[in-house]
Unconditional design. Structure first.
Length: 175
């Protein structure tokens, strides 16, 4: 058996940490009668209110129909509202309601607790270094996705061009 590549092991570890983090966040959200996806919608809107549903779906890497169901549920619960887009009659922008603010504060507290669990035993300076290096890795991936999408557009049939353009646009907008 050939020796394992350190880089390959690192990529597997990053993937495992992401998967476990999603599982743990799902557990925490369920304790509050919500889903991780609902948390993600609320927290993303806190960062950028006024997103169109299509933009939010891209930012969260969700299918539009999946996001529509989430938004419908959050609207029914009085946490977000759809408003007409002044620039596009067909589009709706999403905004948090005043009722969402206290909930977002509680979610932020849970996320902070989750972070403390995940980063237990990691010194703040080490966490800063990880943040910097993982940020660099993210930028490397964004660049690779953009280059590959550009290459695909120049060589691929038309059906792949649209998907490559959408991927590149999503990476540029939302990281």
């Amino acid at each position: 058996m050939p020796p394992r590549s350190r880089n390959r092991e690192l990529l597997f570890l990053i993937s495992d940490v992401g998967r476990l983090l999603r599982t743990y966040a799902d557990q925490k959200a369920r304790l509050h009668g919500m889903t991780r996806a609902q948390w993600a919608v609320l927290l993303r809107l806190e960062r950028r209110e006024g997103l169109k549903q299509s933009e939010l779906a891209e930012a969260l890497d969700l299918q539009p129909i999946t996001l529509t169901r989430l938004v419908d549920r959050l609207c029914a619960n009085g946490l977000i509202e759809r408003r007409a887009d002044p620039n596009d009659r067909r589009a709706k922008q999403l905004y948090l309601t005043p009722a969402a603010r206290p909930l977002i504060d509680r979610i932020a507290d849970r996320v902070e607790e989750l972070s403390e669990t995940v980063l237990d035993g990691i010194a703040p300076a080490e966490a800063d270094l990880m943040l910097s290096k993982l940020g660099l890795a993210r930028e490397n991936l964004k660049g690779a996705i953009e280059r590959d999408a550009a290459q695909d557009r120049s060589t691929a049939p038309d059906r792949n061009t649209t998907q490559g353009r959408k991927t590149t646009e999503r990476v540029k907008r939302y990281g």
